[in-house]
Design a protein. Structure first.
Length: 113
C-alpha cells in the first residue's frame, strides 16, 4: 500500500516505477527518482524533519514550495537543505539530527525576529 496519490483527478495517472533507495536518520526508505525528498518522506510516513533550534519543538512540512525553510535537513553532509526543493537520488543520505544553523539578514537569509 502506498500513501501516494497515483490517480489524481486533475493531473491524471502517475507512473510509479523508478524507485530508488535513500536514507533518512539512519533508516533506509524507497522513493521515486527525482521526486522531491519531501514528497518521498511524506509517502513513507515521515512528518517530523527536525526540531526547532531554540524550543526543541518538532518541525515538518509547511509550505512545500521552498519559501518557509521549515523542511531544512542535512543532505549528503550539506546542512540546511530544503527537502521540498531537493530531487531524490539513489543512495541519498538525509538527516535531521544536530542543530541546524539559522540564517540571518547579514548573510542574505531570513530572520524571524
Amino acid at each position: 500500500m502506498t500513501r501516494r496519490i497515483l490517480d489524481h483527478p486533475i493531473l491524471g495517472k502517475i507512473e510509479d516505477k523508478n524507485y530508488v533507495s535513500f536514507t533518512f536518520n539512519h533508516k533506509v526508505y524507497k522513493g521515486l527518482e527525482n521526486e522531491s525528498l519531501a514528497a518521498a518522506l511524506l509517502a513513507n510516513g515521515i512528518r517530523t524533519l527536525r526540531h526547532h533550534e531554540e524550543s526543541g519543538s518538532p518541525r515538518g512540512f509547511y509550505c512545500n514550495i521552498g519559501h518557509c525553510y521549515e523542511c531544512r535537513v542535512s543532505v549528503d553532509g550539506q546542512q540546511s537543505v530544503r527537502a521540498c526543493l531537493t530531487p531524490l537520488k539513489e543512495g541519498m543520505i538525509a538527516e535531521s539530527s544536530g542543530q541546524l544553523q539559522t540564517s540571518s539578514k547579514e548573510d542574505g537569509g531570513l530572520e524571524n525576529e
